[in-house]
Design a protein around this ligand. Structure first.
Ligand code: COA
Length: 211
C-alpha cells in the first residue's frame, strides 16, 4: 500500500502531487502552487469575470492575497493547486483548485442534518476553471485527478468547500456529472442558498498510486 499523503508531505515534495494530464489532446500539468506562481495566480484572478468571482467566492482576488497563497501553500490544512500547459514555462494558469483537509464544526452539523456523519480525513474542494477554458472538459479531467489525490490522503469522501450556490446551475450540473450528490440546502444570513454536495470515492490500489 503506498504511503498516505499529508499536507506537509505534499508541500515538502510537490512531485508527489504533480500530475501530467491530457486535456483535449494537449499535455497539461496539475501541481501545487509554488511561491514563484504569485504573478501567474494574480493574473488568473484578474482574468476571472465578475460573475465567476461571485460564484467562486472563496477569498479575495488581490495581488497581496495571491502572493500570500503562493508563499504559504499548505497552511491551515489546505493544498492549493494550479493547472497549466505543460510545455509553456510562463503559461497562464488554466485552473485553480483548493483542496482543504480540515473539517469544520459547521460542516459536521449541517451534514448530521442530512444523516451523514462526517469524519476526518475528508477532502473539501473549491475548483475554478478560467472563463476561456470553461465547458470544455478541463474540470472533468481535474476532478479525476482530485479523486486520486483525495484517496492518497486516505479520504473516501469529497465535499464542496462551502457548498455551491443553488443559482450556479452549470457547476451543479458539472458536479452531478462527475459523481457528486446533492445532500441538502442551507442558507447564510445574507446571500443566496447553497447546496451541500458530496462524492463517495471507491478506494483502489491503482487509483491510489502516485502520479
Ligand atoms: C464548475 C467548473 C469548475 C467546471 O469546470 P468546467 O471545465 O467548466 O467543466 P467541464 O467542461 O469538465 O464539464 C462541464 C459539465 O457541466 C455541466 N454543465 C455545463 N453547463 C451547464 C448548465 N448550464 N446546466 C447544467 N449543467 C451544465 C454539464 O454536465 C457539462 O458536461 P458536458 O459538457 O459533458 O455536457 C467551472 O465551470 C468553473 O470554474 N465555474 C466558475 C467557478 C465555479 O462556479 N466554481 C464552483 C464553485 S462551487
Amino acid at each position: 500500500m503506498p504511503e498516505r499523503l499529508t499536507v506537509a508531505s505534499a508541500i515538502a515534495s510537490p512531485e508527489l502531487t504533480t500530475y501530467e494530464l491530457r486535456w483535449r489532446d494537449e499535455p497539461i500539468q496539475f501541481r501545487p502552487l509554488r511561491p514563484d506562481d504569485r504573478t501567474r495566480l494574480f493574473e488568473y484572478f484578474q482574468g476571472l469575470s465578475a460573475e465567476t468571482r461571485y460564484l467562486y467566492h472563496p477569498h479575495p482576488f488581490t495581488e497581496e492575497y495571491a502572493e500570500r497563497l503562493c508563499a504559504q501553500n499548505g497552511a491551515e490544512q489546505t493544498v492549493r493547486m494550479i493547472a497549466l500547459r505543460e510545455h509553456e514555462a510562463s503559461s497562464p494558469a488554466l485552473a485553480y483548485v483548493i483542496l482543504d483537509f480540515g473539517l469544520s464544526a459547521e460542516d459536521m452539523q449541517r451534514y448530521r442534518g442530512y444523516d451523514v456523519q462526517l469524519e476526518r480525513p475528508i477532502c473539501r474542494i473549491g475548483p475554478s476553471v478560467s472563463d476561456a477554458c470553461r465547458g470544455r472538459g478541463l474540470g472533468t479531467v481535474l476532478m479525476e485527478a482530485l479523486g486520486r489525490i483525495a484517496l492518497r490522503f486516505g479520504c473516501t469522501r469529497i465535499i464542496l468547500l462551502g457548498g455551491v450556490f443553488t443559482i450556479n446551475e452549470r457547476a451543479i450540473g458539472f458536479y452531478q456529472k462527475v459523481g457528486f450528490r446533492k445532500m441538502g440546502r442551507y442558507g447564510i444570513e445574507e446571500g443566496p442558498e447553497s447546496w451541500d454536495m458530496m462524492k463517495e470515492l471507491r478506494p483502489s490500489p491503482c487509483l491510489e498510486a502516485a502520479p
